[in-house]
Design a protein around this ligand. Structure first.
Ligand SMILES: [Zn+2]
Length: 116
């Protein structure tokens, strides 16, 4: 039975691509960035400028790859980030509401809609 993998695939994250989030724990605590990618099955998000690691890249002139140290952002666990509300500019949690027949996310602190 693939029951477990199915429930994982259906798991939704509180963040979406394009959200501004703030990191609340770990090495990058306090950093803000925009969500570049979400991976609901792994429960991770890729945030611009967060969890940046330096990768050594070997030069390969045949394919035009230059050697050196590259900085790449790695995905972090979604539970480490909170949505940063665009209206009140605070790290916040969201609740789901139906407004004008559309399901939207609402900031629990100021009550403003986060989805536009
Ligand atoms: Zn707010």
């Amino acid at each position: 039975m693939a029951k477990n993998s199915k429930s994982l695939a259906n798991k939704k994250l509180h963040t979406k691509v394009g959200d501004r989030v703030i990191v609340v724990s770990g090495r990058d605590k306090g950093k803000q960035g925009n969500v570049k990618e979400v991976n609901p099955s792994k429960g991770t998000v890729l945030v611009d400028g967060v969890n940046v690691v330096t990768k050594a890249q070997k030069a390969n002139p045949a394919v035009g790859v230059q050697g050196g140290l590259n900085k790449v952002a790695k995905p972090i666990n979604a539970s480490k980030v909170m949505i940063c509300c665009p209206s009140c500019d605070k790290a916040t949690r969201v609740r789901k509401e139906i407004r004008d027949g559309k399901k939207v996310r609402v900031c629990i602190k100021c009550g403003e809609t986060i989805d536009v």
